[in-house]
Design a protein around this ligand. Structure first.
Ligand SMILES: Nc1ncnc2c1ncn2[C@@H]1O[C@H](COP(=O)(O)OP(=O)(O)OP(=O)(O)O)[C@@H](O)[C@H]1O
Ligand SMILES: [Mg+2]
Length: 234
């Protein structure tokens, strides 16, 4: 589904992602881990076309995306949920969901898609007409994911979805990822909640100072506490 080779990214003169190659197969959950500042967010932003200084090659679902703008990636089936969520204040949950399709030719399907999304996200179903920013942080995170899912992406990039969320909702969010995977969505996840993420991941990559230092199965890394302590402590 995604084949990234030799990605480099810079902010001004600072070379923060260095020769990163990674692969995500159709239907997998893959986690990208690493300490603060390792380059995880920059890697996701580069995949979405949001970092202007970048090089390397990227194939997504058979398309060469090296030079593609953000909207072309979106239309090819790639979605991105940034860490800061960007829920729009003053709009309801339903209206925020509608925004997920504002740039899509499927706009006329909004009511049906909201019904479908509400099935997957029961917490949102009860709150469709509530002002979105009046919900808890975890509920807003679910909304951000649901809004990205409105476009029915083939693959979703999630940046630290469990950050700052109370434990009960963290459980729900991780269950949600498993359901999304079962429904056929491919997931690339950035998480500091390493143990939880590895438990649901097929494979994981560890980034350190902008480079991939390890790639393994979720299962093997879960057992490797020495590696976790070395590369994933916050
Ligand atoms: N907009 C920016 N301008 C300049 N430098 C940046 C910018 N964004 C990130 N950086 C730097 O790039 C490096 C990688 O940052 P990035 O946000 O990708 O790391 P991260 O692995 O996501 O970290 P965290 O776990 O803290 O979210 C860091 O040294 C960071 O300070
Ligand atoms: Mg980050």
């Amino acid at each position: 589904m995604l084949h990234l080779e030799g990605l480099n990214a810079w902010y001004e003169r600072s070379h923060v992602v260095q020769d990163v190659s990674l692969e995500v197969r159709r239907g997998e959950i893959v986690t990208l881990m690493g300490r603060n500042g390792a380059g995880k967010t920059t890697t996701l932003r580069s995949l979405m076309g949001l970092v202007s200084q970048r090089s390397g090659s990227m194939r997504f679902d058979g398309h060469d995306m090296l030079a593609a703008p953000v909207h072309a990636r979106f239309h090819a089936g790639l979605a991105y949920v940034p860490e800061e969520r960007r829920i729009v204040a003053g709009l309801t949950v339903r209206e925020n969901l509608q925004l997920g399709l504002i740039a899509s030719p499927n706009r006329h399907q909004v009511p049906r898609l909201i019904d479908e999304i509400a099935e997957t996200f029961p917490r949102l179903r009860e709150r469709l007409d509530q002002e979105a920013t009046s919900m808890s942080g975890g509920e807003q995170q679910m909304l951000a994911i649901a809004r990205a899912m409105m476009a029915r992406p083939k693959m979703i990039l999630l940046d630290e979805p469990s950050e700052g969320i109370m434990p009960l909702l963290v459980d729900e969010i991780f269950q949600l990822f498993t359901r999304m995977k079962q429904a056929g969505t491919t997931i690339l996840l950035v998480e500091q909640n390493v143990e939880r993420a590895l438990r649901i991941s097929d494979r994981a990559y560890i980034l350190d100072q902008g480079r991939v230092v390890l790639c393994s199965t979720g299962h093997a890394l879960l057992a490797d506490t020495a590696v976790q302590a070395r590369y994933c402590a916050v």
